[in-house]
Each structure stands twice: as C-alpha cells, then as structure tokens.
Design a protein. Structure first.
Length: 117
C-alpha cells in the first residue's frame, strides 16, 4: 500500500509539472487570452471604421451634398453662378537688374581729369 501511495504522489507531481511548465500549459493559455483580447480591440476599431466608410458610401450614393463637397475640395470645382477667389501669398517680386554706371572720363592713371588752363 505504501508503494501505491508513492506512485500516486509521483503521478500527481508529474501532472502538475506538465500543467505549469510545459509548452501547452497555463502560460500558453494566458498568452492566448491576451492575444484574443488584443484582437477583439482591433476588431472593434476596424468595425467602427467600416461603419464610417459605409455611411460615406451611402451618402455618396444617395445625397449630392457629399458628392458636391468632394468635388469642391478634391477637384477644386465650382458651381454655376459662383465666382472663384483664390487667396494666397503673392509671388516674390523679381529684383531689378543692377544698373551699371557709365564709365567716368579719366585723364590718366590718377583717376581724375584735370582741365588745362
């Protein structure tokens, strides 16, 4: 009977080891739970984005307001009986070419002209 109890304790320890320390034990279960939670959060974010895109598609198919807004912003189109004004910074003025002064009359190497009396 003593050896039977020892065998049961050994089997219990072996099973506990497998539960806690093997590659498919408790650690793997916890890792998979966190991965599932992350995937669910990502799915919710993508579902909200899909809802927005679906609403935009519906607006584009049914209403002309969204279509007109897209035409104005993306294609720079204007409607009939409208005037287009474009505001922006003016182009920088081109600097005038520097004028070259006419050469002065010089009388020699001194650089000044002296009149004879």
């Amino acid at each position: 009977m003593k050896w039977f109890a020892g065998a049961l304790v050994a089997a219990l320890l072996m099973l506990q080891y497998r539960i806690w320390f093997s590659s498919d034990g408790v650690g793997e279960v916890l890792r998979l739970r966190s991965a599932v939670a992350a995937q669910e959060a990502d799915n919710q974010r993508l579902s909200a984005r899909n809802g927005q895109l679906s609403a935009e598609v519906h607006d584009l198919k049914q209403g002309f307001v969204a279509l007109e807004e897209r035409a104005r912003t993306d294609l720079n189109m204007i409607g009939p009986n409208e005037t287009f004004y474009q505001l922006g910074s003016p182009e920088p003025a081109q600097p005038a070419a520097p004028s070259i002064p006419a050469p002065a009359a010089t009388g020699g190497p001194g650089g000044t002209h002296t009149a004879a009396r």
